[in-house]
Write a protein that binds this ligand. Sequence first.
Ligand SMILES: Nc1ncnc2c1ncn2[C@@H]1O[C@H](COP(=O)(O)OP(=O)(O)O)[C@@H](O)[C@H]1O
Ligand SMILES: [Mg+2]
Length: 393
Amino acid sequence: MVAGTVSEKKRYFAGVMTGTSLDGIDVAIVEIGSQVTLGHVRPALELAHFFSRPMDRSLVDALMSLQSPSENELHRAALIANSFSDSIARTVLEALTSHGISRRAIDAIGVHGQTVRHQPQLGYSIQLNSPARIAEITGITVVSDFRSRDIAAGGQGAPLVPAFHQAIFQSESEHRAVINIGGIANISWLGQPTLGYDTGPGNLLLDYWIRRHQGHDYDNNGLWASTGNLHTPLLHAMLSDPFFSVEPPRSTGRDLFSENWLNTFLSQARFANLQAHDVQATLLHLTARSIALEIQRLERSVDGGKRQCDRLLVCGGGARNGHLLEAIGHELAAILERAIPVESTKVLGWDPQVIEAAAFAWLASRTIDGLAGNTPSVTGAIGERILGTITPA
Ligand SMILES: Nc1ncnc2c1ncn2[C@@H]1O[C@H](COP(=O)(O)OP(=O)(O)O)[C@@H](O)[C@H]1O
Ligand SMILES: [Mg+2]
């Protein structure tokens, strides 16, 4: 323990993450020690337990139905938020039981909520959630709505995980970048200041395409994509979307990268004869190349081009897709003309799936302790802000 700490006592927080993939409810229970040492963020934290439950298909369909404007959506959103929050509360209680820890031991639960609209340029981002129900069912204080305050301060409200990546993965001996490949992919460029932003689609288009053609939830290890060939004109057409040339800070979601987005390209006559597995291979390369192009952008633009990336660490579900990791490595080698190791965070002892949920446990602890949770160099906010809304137990 370093001198000057605010608190020496270890406390437990839970973090609940449900990302754009809608694959499951992830719960991380994190033990948090000192929060601040001599004015610097220094989270002494350890993962105590991780628990994940796949989302029911009916809940996934209900949440998907709210991703775009529809009839009587306010009423439906309220009801869906209630049943979604009940599932979250039950999953948290299951996580506690399976770890053998009492609910009284948990200081607060950080609940991200399900993003159904993300429009920071219009001043809002909506994470569907009913923190009151979660507090009522679990008897635990809930911290929610993490993004709004950063947006009110002129930021994107996203991504919020780079500070956590910085805290757990920064190294003195090499310069690391972290890419979280969930439905959307976001990069963290570790250093002072930490930078980070969304690079574009991660898994969500791959998931949509394999579900439509093969009926699977996801392309296990990228095997189906590996049977197809990259279609370069389609890749270039997709990369010509203005999103990829917007200077950071930037963030995105299903509002932009929807099935309609993909189908707008595929409906063009020149792509009419493409085979489904070639589309999948091209989508895999879209994720890989858009990530590699951002590493190139960061290397060129930060510190006058003096800081190269020594290692790319991958977290999120995409870290389990070996063919995707390989494709990122190839794209990086082609674009940067040198090889960079591309590895799952598990090589450093962090299961790639737990990191986002653990980050929201940590963010909840920041809120409860009255400490800032956003990183202005990442989100573009005018300053640091204490994030979230507290619903007492
Ligand atoms: N074994 C695997 N092979 C390929 N992709 C996988 C594998 N396991 C998980 N994924 C991908 O990861 C996604 C879930 O990643 P996650 O980080 O939870 O995203 P989100 O934060 O959007 O929920 C799945 O939808 C799937 O596309
Ligand atoms: Mg997920």
